[in-house]
Design a protein around this ligand. Structure first.
Ligand code: FES
Length: 397
């Protein structure tokens, strides 16, 4: 820990005053803070004074304290706490040489010797007032160690030779180039980049001019095509499952289950069940729901399905509002229309197997038709009854 004290009295100036331009700048800084909180501007004011004079003298501290209505001791506390404030006079070119480990390992010790030879002891100003130096802690440019900050610029990748030359150039007013002194750009590896060397990575034609939109459109198209291929494969698989050979090949338990009287049987127009209410077209909601449940539970397959009668267009050019069926939204209504389903009475007349056929083809909505008992809902709608809500009437559980 370093002890930071004000410079000895002999070097302290008798007074200090901000320039007119800096006074104007100070007014703006103070105006940023609420009344009574001017002390918040203490660091900006000290910094501006240092910019003007090169260092912070006792006179600076007193002037800033007076300007902000602070006790000089409070301003002194700030000035001595932060090492960015120079408490000693500095040269026109103030060299802050990093001596922390990475820089030390890369030759900072040799640079210190250069400073001592060219400038003299730390914190002293050369007779011509041009140079002074101080060893400081890490300045955050370790990738380019060793380095020094001179006024506001970083000089990196220093060697005793180029550092000596740099100090000489500064002293004699010759132009210098801040940054790495060994030719590398920024903190890239010495000798040039070792990775990401493929020039295509920097091909600007990949961006702009709508290139990214085209790429996204192509990606979307590929995804849609993949989805279509998958859907077709699933449909094929279902078809194959429905062949007699596939049914015969099923495990005995499954075949037995298939052989059980299906709940959909009452709705078939022929056979012993022809006198049931369903066969007469009077399927009650409860019956359909009961019929649908086992089918859903058995994971309805093609053998339970029967294609209903479909239309090529709405009768009279206008279809019913299928969105009044609970569970049918705009997307589902469109899918139904595309299948050839336009009217309530079409759905009302379906058998459970026909319902299952349609349900199996509602990609993304499978199970919806069974769950919401579309047949019962459509029977009501076909009579002219309308639900209170545009969403339909939610079927009882
Ligand atoms: S150690 Fe010198 S810049 Fe970090």
């Amino acid at each position: 820990m370093s002890v930071r004290r004000l410079a000895p009295d002999p070097v302290q100036p008798a007074s200090f005053a901000f320039t007119a331009a800096n006074e104007n700048w100070i007014d703006q800084q103070i105006a940023k803070y609420p009344a009574g909180r001017q002390a918040s501007a203490v660091i900006p004011l000290l910094w501006k004074a240092q910019e003007q004079e090169g260092w912070v003298s006792r006179a600076v501290i007193e002037t800033v304290a007076k300007r902000l209505g602070m006790a000089p001791m409070r301003v002194l506390e700030v000035a001595t706490f932060y090492t960015m404030f120079n408490l000693q006079p500095v040269g026109q070119y103030y060299v802050q040489l990093c001596g922390t480990t990475p820089c030390a390992l890369r030759g900072a010790e040799a640079l210190k010797k250069v400073c001592e030879e060219v400038i003299g002891p730390q914190s002293t100003v050369t007779a011509d007032g041009k140079l002074s130096w101080l060893e400081v802690e890490c300045l955050g440019a370790c990738c380019n160690a060793p380095m020094a900050q001179i006024n506001v610029d970083y000089y990196e990748d220093l060697t005793p030779a180029n550092f000596r030359q740099l100090l000489d150039d500064l002293r004699n007013g010759r132009p210098t180039k801040p940054g790495p002194q060994n030719g590398r750009i920024g903190s890239e590896p010495e000798g040039g980049p070792q990775t990401l060397t493929d020039k295509a990575l920097y091909d600007g034609s990949m961006i702009g001019a709508g290139g990214w939109q085209k790429r996204i459109a192509e990606q979307r198209k590929a995804a849609a095509e993949a989805a279509a291929v998958k859907a077709a494969a699933e449909a094929e698989a279902k078809k194959a499952e429905a062949t007699p050979a596939a049914v015969a090949a099923k495990p005995a338990t499954e075949t037995a289950a298939a052989a059980r009287p299906q709940p959909s049987a009452p709705a078939q127009p022929s056979g012993a069940a022809s006198d049931t209410p369903a066969a007469k077209g009077k399927v009650e909601k409860k019956d359909v729901a009961e019929a649908a449940k086992p089918a859903a539970a058995d994971n309805v397959t093609a053998r339970d399905e029967s294609k209903p009668e479909l239309l090529t267009a709405a009768r009279g050019g206008t279809g019913d509002d299928l969105e009044l069926i609970w569970g049918v939204g705009p997307k589902l209504a469109k899918m139904l229309n595309e299948m050839g389903i336009w009217h309530y009475d079409q759905i009302a007349e379906w058998t459970p197997a026909e319902l299952a056929w349609v349900d199996a083809r509602l990609t993304g909505f499978k199970g919806r038709a069974l769950r919401d008992d579309w047949i019962a809902q459509s029977k009501k709608l076909a009579t002219g009854w309308r639900p209170e809500s545009k969403l339909g009437d939610k079927p009882a559980e």
